[in-house]
Design a protein around this ligand. Structure first.
Ligand SMILES: Cc1ncc(COP(=O)(O)O)c(C=O)c1O
Length: 435
């Protein structure tokens, strides 16, 4: 590894001109992490000092096919040569809206924007416009963006910003029914993530009965069922993430992966909510730029052609199996939760994420970029070599956790620091794509 001089210098300059040195979720997740990245290709990224990592964060979701995917980049370059930000949208906007409505089962129309927060906020606005009501129910602890109504940090917000929210517990239908009853005849919609992916906590897959129950509740109340597919969309399924569950929302929010790293978001909706969508004034200076739309069309085509969802699932499953085996061999109690393509690892009793921090920092040193307090993302570019490198790094990371626990206990060097004959070796070549 190079010594981090470039990153240190950039941080110093950033501290003077960027509040806090960096803001939001892309502030480096720990002292061992580089703050700045120089480039990415396939499943690898390079930091400002040129250190290389297998990327298990994928820019927190946007990179689904891998960095610099050739067809996506070519499509974006072709559109850029013709024009990006013009006086009106390009014809490609209609092409993309048609493709999205063909690809996502519940969608009859699409509105395009930039960020996930644009999309979740717009879904709430459309639900209110359509129903003429105010209240939106959200799951306690769920993240839906950084606008005042949904930011997890109260600084700078007012009680009025949250006044029209009610709360339920994910996967607890009775709690949603109670919150709906409290909203009475003012319930505009229920906003829900496809699975529980609150940062820093064990993840929870959706109980299909809960999803069906929310659908029925919304139908009974005449409210919108809104799926926040910003983080998971097009990683779990080429359609809404609840299509495999058999539940269609009225409105869904998308961003992150839909243009493989280009700035694009979408609200998709059914005909029942078209009137509401037509009535609201929604726009943004850059919402109509054509290059990300070209990238999205190429992304969806590549996801299909390359059977990328299946590839990610295979790599994610091999990653999970390898890591769970390693934890067992180091005699460490862990929870490895969430879908294989968006996993998260916690250590039993590690409330303050201390062990997760030790694990992630050592994995980083070994060349695997993952996160101690946020779910990870597997991309379709992950090769067998990438996977082998990650598993080598995570094995060392478990060794570091074991050593750390030994030091905390103040005991003699921990036996698990010795080579463990039963410990599985990293796979020589994993089952991901081998391009
Ligand atoms: C589930 C979910 N909804 C909404 C958002 C907000 O998206 P953005 O950061 O693009 O505004 C995020 C971002 O992480 C997210 O994970």
């Amino acid at each position: 590894m190079s010594d981090g001089t470039a990153d240190r210098q950039l941080r110093e300059r950033a501290r003077a001109v960027i509040p806090g040195g960096m803001y939001g979720h892309q502030a480096a997740p720990g002292p061992a992490y580089p703050q700045f990245m120089r480039g990415g290709r396939g499943a690898r990224v390079w930091d400002a000092d040129g250190n290389e990592y297998v990327d298990l964060m994928c820019s927190y979701g946007p990179v689904v096919l891998g960095h610099q995917h050739p067809e996506v980049e070519a499509a974006a370059a072709r559109q850029a040569a013709a024009g990006d930000c013009m006086n009106a949208p390009g014809p490609i906007m209609v092409d993309l809206a048609e493709l999205l409505t063909r690809t996502v089962r519940h969608a009859d129309w699409a509105i395009l924007a930039k960020n996930g927060t644009d999309a979740t906020t717009m879904c709430c606005t459309i639900a209110r416009a359509q129903t003429g009501r105010s209240k939106i129910l959200v799951a306690t602890g769920a993240y839906h963006g950084a606008a005042p109504w949904c930011t997890p940090r109260p600084a700078g917000t007012t009680t009025a910003d949250h006044a029209n929210l009610g709360h339920y517990t994910f996967n607890d239908l009775a709690s949603a029914r109670r919150a709906a009853a409290e909203a009475g005849d003012d319930l505009a919609g229920i906003l829900v993530s496809p699975f529980k992916h609150d940062a820093g906590f064990d993840q929870e897959l959706v109980d299909p009965a809960f999803a069906r129950g929310l659908r029925t509740l919304c139908d009974d109340k005449g409210a919108a069922l809104i799926l926040d597919d910003v983080r998971a969309g097009f990683r779990l399924h080429l359609g809404s993430s609840w299509e495999p569950v058999g539940v269609d929302p009225d409105l869904s929010a998308w961003s992150k992966a839909i243009a493989n790293g280009r700035a694009l978001a979408a609200v998709l909706g059914n005909d029942a909510f078209r009137g509401g969508a037509k009535s609201v004034f929604v726009t943004g200076s850059f919402w109509f730029s054509a290059v990300p739309m070209a990238a999205a069309i190429a992304t969806i085509a590549a996801l299909k052609d390359e059977k990328a969802i299946e590839a990610m699932h295979r790599s994610g499953t091999a990653l999970r199996d390898g890591i769970v085996d390693q934890a067992r061999s180091w005699d460490l109690a862990v929870n490895y939760t969430g879908p294989p393509v968006m996993p998260y690892l916690t250590f039993a009793g590690d409330q303050d994420h201390q062990l997760a921090g030790v694990f992630a920092a050592q994995a980083l040193r070994g060349g695997a970029y993952l996160h101690p307090r946020h779910n990870w993302f597997v991309s379709a570019a992950m090769t067998g070599d990438d996977l082998a490198l990650v598993l080598e790094a995570t094995d060392q990371a478990f060794a570091a956790v074991r050593k750390h626990l030994g030091q905390l206990a103040g005991g003699p060097p921990c036996p698990a620091q010795q080579p463990n004959p039963t410990r599985p070796r990293p796979l020589p070549s994993g089952p991901g794509r081998t391009t």
